[in-house]
Design a protein around this ligand. Structure first.
Ligand code: ATP
Ligand code: MG
Length: 320
């Protein structure tokens, strides 16, 4: 396990953004700098962290952890569906096949928590087209994993829940492709939950992005990362649930709670600046999750992420 001193030493070297126009046309998302040319995208996962659809700052080694976990998972699920990954020239970079992304995100949930729990309590969970049983409790496991899709909103706007019926009615995705996508999402989630379980973790819920290339379904973006998923520690999960205590979370939920509890921020107005203590604490959470999931010690160079990426891209012929 990396020490807090190592995480602290990386604070001034984190990657906020990478300007490399030689790579193609830039699309800067909340977390990734995506350079596309023709049918390939060089996806650079920066160290930016976002919550409630706002970029808050950077977290040591975050880009590397997300990328390494995504390639780790892609390897485990590649028999389920085609994946967009072409090359991984640097620990923070994936070169992918450009797809036509669905305008919806496919969220799969095994438990009722987070925004779904808030919607359920407020009687607003019907938007997903699912009839929820009465009397569910916070963090309760659902009998079957469910799909709660959302539309993909522009920067600064919030994604909106949408039902599968509405996705089809608006023809956001072709029916044939959607039926493949939903079954792929459920199988990916099942595989993810199985693996997580074997490592003492619970994959609580996650978000997939999919699209098509030449009319065929492809899984894109990241998968089963702590940015796109909730993870709980399995060991005392049941006891915590029965006692009505919060779960032991290894994901971004911690930072959301810090924003809400310490600063009353939940998306409106200007987010507070992250303290170094919070940045280090989230880095520790992400390293912890990485090590538990993979069973390997997280090792990384302290130093400029930008210089390392440039070096690796040049060595692999991407920066000619
Ligand atoms: N193979 C692919 N083809 C096309 N687009 C992709 C592919 N893989 C990922 N993407 C898109 O690349 C972007 C990745 O950047 P990032 O994760 O920072 O975006 P985001 O903040 O999650 O989303 P937004 O686009 O709303 O800012 C996303 O818009 C994602 O949908
Ligand atoms: Mg994203």
């Amino acid at each position: 396990m990396m020490t807090d001193d190592q995480l602290r030493a990386q604070l001034p070297h984190t990657l906020r953004q990478l300007d490399l126009p030689a790579l193609g046309e830039l699309y800067r998302g909340k977390v990734r700098d995506n350079y596309s040319r023709g049918d390939r995208i060089v996806m650079i996962t920066t160290d930016r962290v976002s919550a409630f659809d706002h970029v808050l700052g950077t977290i040591p080694f975050k880009g590397e952890i997300l990328t390494r976990l995504t390639t780790f998972w892609f390897e485990k699920v590649q028999d389920i569906a085609p994946i967009h990954l072409l090359d991984a020239p640097d620990p923070s970079v994936m070169v992918v096949k450009r797809a036509k992304p669905f305008p919806v995100e496919i969220i799969v949930r095994g438990y009722i928590t987070g925004s779904l729990w808030r919607d359920y309590q407020a009687g607003k969970a019907g938007t997903y087209g699912i009839s929820w049983p009465a009397g569910l409790r916070k963090d309760q496991r659902l009998d079957q994993p469910v799909l709660t899709p959302s539309t993909k909103a522009e920067y600064g706007r919030h994604d909106e829940p949408i039902s599968e019926a509405e996705i089809l009615r608006q023809r956001l995705v072709e029916p044939e492709i959607w039926s493949q996508a939903r079954s792929v999402a459920l199988r990916l989630f099942e595989r993810g939950q199985e693996w997580a379980r074997s490592r003492g973790l619970i994959l609580v819920d996650t978000k997939y992005e999919m699209g098509t290339t030449d009319g065929n379904l492809v899984v894109i973006d990241e998968i089963h990362t702590p940015d796109s998923s909730r993870y709980w520690i399995a060991q005392d999960s049941q006891e915590r649930f029965e006692r009505g205590q919060d779960q032991h979370m290894l994901d971004k939920e911690n930072i959301r709670q810090w924003l809400i509890q310490e600063h009353g921020f939940s998306g409106q107005g200007k987010p507070p600046p992250l303290t170094d203590a919070v940045r280090i604490s989230l880095a520790r959470t992400y390293v912890n999750l990485y090590e538990r999931l993979t069973g390997e010690t997280f090792q990384a160079e302290v130093g400029s992420v930008e210089e390392r990426i440039k070096r690796n891209l040049a060595a692999r012929g991407y920066l000619k």
